[in-house]
Structure formats: C-alpha cells, structure tokens
Design a protein around this ligand. Structure first.
Ligand SMILES: C[S@@+](CC[C@H](N)C(=O)[O-])C[C@H]1O[C@@H](n2cnc3c(N)ncnc32)[C@H](O)[C@@H]1O
Length: 258
C-alpha cells in the first residue's frame, strides 16, 4: 500500500490533492477495505452514542464534528431520524461548542426513537421528508448558518427531491451532506445517482469537499458539499441570509471528481 503523509500544517488545497492522489493510487485496496467494513455486521451497524443507536461510520461522525466546529450551524436539518442517535450527536456537539440557540430538526416516516433520545435542541417531525407540510414547518424555523444531513430514503428519486427542497434552503457557505453515496440501492443507482442528477442541473453551485473523506473510509463519498454559488431559481428562498450572495473562493471540483 502506498501512503502519502498529510500533516496538520499542509495547506488545505495541497491536502486535497494528496487525498485524491492517495485514493487514486490505492483505489483497489481502499475499495476492498470499504466492502469489508461496510458488509460486516459489527461495524457501523453496531455504532451508538450514549447508548443510542446510530448508523454512521465513526470517521463520518468525526467529520460532522469538524463541520460543526468550523461552520457553527444555528440550524441542522436531518432527514432520517431512526433511533435518534445522530440527532443527539449533533445536539451534544452544539452544547459543547456553545452554539447559542442552535436547533436540530429531524424528520422520519415513523417515530422509532430510543426513549433516551430527547434533547431541548431537537425537534422531531413525523412524516415524509419531502411532504410540503413538513418542509414548510422546518423552513419556518431555519436560521443560518445551516447544515443539512440527508439520511432518509436513499433511492435516487427521493434524494433528488430532497436536494431540490433542502438544497434550496442552503445559502452560500452552508453545508449539505448526501449520505450513503457508497452503495447503489436496488436498481436505481441510489443516493449517488440522485446526487449526480441534481448536480447536473445545478452546475457550479456546490463544492464537493474531498477533505471530508480524508480518513479514507466514508459512507458518503462525493457527498460532502458546501454551497459556493446561489441557485438562480431559489436565490431568495430563505430570508435573512447570513452570507452575501457571492461565490466562495474555492474551486468547484465536481467535474474533476467524476
Ligand atoms: C439510515 S436511517 C437514519 C439513520 C440516522 N440518521 C442515524 O445516523 O442513525 C433511515 C431512516 O429514514 C427513514 N425514512 C425512510 N424514508 C423516509 C422518508 N421518505 N421521509 C422521512 N424518513 C424516511 C426510515 O424510517 C429510517 O428510520
């Protein structure tokens, strides 16, 4: 296995190049490890936070920790609550980071929450994440900065619709994570196909940050997005933008990463 050292002092763009090159050179072994990790019944599927189940890789949870630290979201929208462990992780991080008035809105088709998954920052909504009534309830409370985590139904059509709805709420600088882009669900290409379809219709709007994949095991490859340009169709979709409608000074890697 070839290793490229990335030290804490390496400039971010250089780190991104190193990560991409390391992924390229070690593609086969990384794919093999990913499959072993993903298919084992005792890895992400047995993960918990404070005893509450959550279905994420520890490396991805750590990346969320870094994102909350740098972005300090006032609002987190999560689709797919399941047992509530991930919402509790976000709430715990907001507490530790002292994000005043930070709130989490998490939606699921049914309430499967662990009885312990309760926190004053967390609002649970029961229903379909793309139901206009649910979207309206969430939108009414969104304050920037915003972080969106899409982790409900990973079928491509559903992911595309979620991206249309929740991507439009993101202002320049906000983050959105399309989860589970690592597997093709059923026959429709899954979250990855949904994300790619959306990106084709929204060129240049998002920066896919490979830095978030630097532990070389992420269940969301190509799914860590920061908005770098406003959507022309939804430019005014959220009131009180915290960020000016401008391009961020980061390159758009969407093409390069395909
Ligand atoms: C992968 S789990 C969520 C895991 C959770 N975010 C975590 O990290 O532990 C997916 C959840 O999405 C819910 N779900 C599926 N389709 C949905 C939809 N259309 N709208 C809202 N939730 C949905 C399922 O009920 C399930 O609980």
């Amino acid at each position: 296995m070839t290793t490229q050292m990335v030290s804490g002092s390496v400039p971010l763009d250089e780190a991104r190049r190193n990560i991409r090159e390391t992924q390229r050179v070690n593609a086969e072994v990384l794919q093999q490890f990913h499959e072993v990790f993903y298919n084992a019944t005792f890895t992400w599927g047995m993960t918990s936070f404070t005893g509450i189940g959550l279905t994420k890789a520890p490396s991805d949870l750590w990346m969320y920790q870094e994102l909350l630290t740098i972005h300090r979201p006032q609002t987190i929208i999560e689709t797919g609550t399941y047992q509530g462990g991930s919402a509790m992780w976000f709430a715990f991080l907001m507490d530790v980071l002292n994000i005043e008035d930070g709130r989490i809105f998490t939606v699921d088709l049914e309430d499967q929450r662990d009885i312990r998954a309760r926190h004053p920052r967390v609002t649970f909504l029961e229903g379909n994440s793309t139901d206009p009534a649910i979207v309206k309830q969430i939108t009414a409370h969104v304050k920037g900065p915003l972080l969106v985590s899409l982790d409900s139904d990973h079928a491509s059509d559903h992911v595309r619709t979620e991206l249309d709805v929740y991507g439009a709420l993101c202002q320049v600088g906000d983050w959105l994570v399309v989860e589970d882009t690592n597997v093709a669900w059923e026959s429709d290409g899954g979250a990855r196909a949904g994300a790619e379809g959306y990106l084709r219709r929204h060129p240049g709007e998002w920066f896919q940050d490979i830095l978030r994949e630097r532990y070389l095991v992420s269940m969301h490859p190509g799914g860590w997005w920061q908005r770098v340009a406003a959507c022309p169709h939804h430019a005014a979709s959220r009131k009180g933008s915290h960020a000016a409608r401008r391009r961020l000074d980061v390159p758009d890697l969407s093409e390069a990463q395909r």
